[in-house]
Design a protein around this ligand. Structure first.
Ligand code: GYE
Length: 320
């Protein structure tokens, strides 16, 4: 399939020409930015892509968007294509943490700055990317663990729905959660833990398998690395005649609209917000980089936890 970005570029170019949006201050030259996105695995991800598109249009930037279909090889191919097109900057949401040195080295060689959004990479060597804009995923896992431990009185049985294997948020949300339980709440047992790839359907499938297993009846809580998997788990629990949010607590991460609706309904117990609206800060960062400003290598997004007790009064203010 011809890269989707060709179409997106044409549309955006047209929008800019039609809309007469104010141009980024690049001495009149229109900025061209390549965005290697993971794909469209979750409602969180779709909100991030939309935020990037909206902000680019607002600033008169030509955004060339490549959706990686959940494959690192596709993202690497897209970055190489952006390099050959001599874009002004590249934004990468790396699907997994490792294996990026060669292509990031090529971008550096070509003098094209790379900004990482929402997920980090583990690379050997300096200066392979300018900065990472992201949440602290370990802290998110810790917040979820503390909330659940409070509600369960520090004891009980739970299962864990992990994100995409090898992805920074999956690795760190597991680390923060599991280590908090191991250190502070040894009577809280993780009976089973498996990836649902950040997707609702896979979250449901894995939860069904957990419920059909020998320990299924002992499950008292679910920790999901994102809301979409948690919503799938809630479906599975309801179909198995369990009461999610009541006899089985469900805690997740992202803070998407669907999670707030489920909290108001009483099926989701709590969610740790992880804001996907990266458009404004990413284009601010690109403009600073291209203006030669020195930036920290990590720009942290702040997160907080919401539970059922505040969901009804907060839901109306949610942007994604
Ligand atoms: O939590 C999930 C998405 O990288 C932080 O990716 C992001 C995660 C987010 O699929 O919904």
């Amino acid at each position: 399939m011809k890269h989707a970005w060709v179409v997106a570029a044409a549309v955006l170019g047209l929008a800019v020409a039609l809309g007469g949006c104010q141009k980024a201050d690049t001495g009149g030259k229109k900025l061209v930015v390549g965005f290697a996105q993971t794909g469209a695995e979750s409602s969180w991800r779709t909100a991030e892509t939309e935020s990037m598109r909206k902000e680019a249009a607002k600033r008169g930037v030509e955004l060339r968007l490549a959706l990686g279909q959940g494959k690192q090889a596709e993202q690497i191919k897209a970055i190489r294509s952006f390099i050959s097109q001599k874009v002004d900057a590249i934004v990468l949401a790396p699907i997994v943490e490792t294996g990026w040195e060669p292509v990031l080295g090529e971008a550096k060689q070509a003098g094209i700055p790379v900004i990482l959004v929402d997920r980090g990479v583990k690379v050997a060597g300096e200066g392979l990317y300018v900065t990472l804009i992201a949440s602290d995923f370990v802290a998110e896992g810790e917040m979820a663990a503390e909330w659940l431990a409070q509600r369960m009185g520090g004891k009980g049985n739970l299962v864990e729905l992990e994100g995409t294997t090898g992805a920074a948020p999956a690795i760190d949300r597991k680390k923060g959660f599991d280590e908090t339980l191991a250190k502070k709440y040894p009577n809280m047992k993780i009976l089973m833990s498996q990836t649902g790839d950040f997707q609702t359907a896979k979250g449901k499938e894995v939860m069904e398998a957990f419920l059909n297993s020998a320990r299924g009846k002992d499950i008292q809580a679910v920790y999901a690395h994102n809301d979409d998997m948690a919503l799938g788990a809630i479906q599975a629990l309801e179909e198995a005649g369990r009461k999610p949010g009541k006899d089985v607590l469900v805690v997740s991460i992202d803070g998407v609209k669907g999670a707030f609706e489920a909290m108001v309904k009483g099926t989701l117990s709590a969610t740790v917000e992880c804001n996907p609206l990266f458009g404004p800060i990413t284009f601010d960062t690109i403009e600073k980089v291209l203006a030669g400003q020195k930036l920290p290598t990590y720009i942290k997004n702040e997160d907080k936890l919401f539970d059922q007790s505040v969901a009804a009064q907060v839901i109306g203010t949610r942007e994604y």
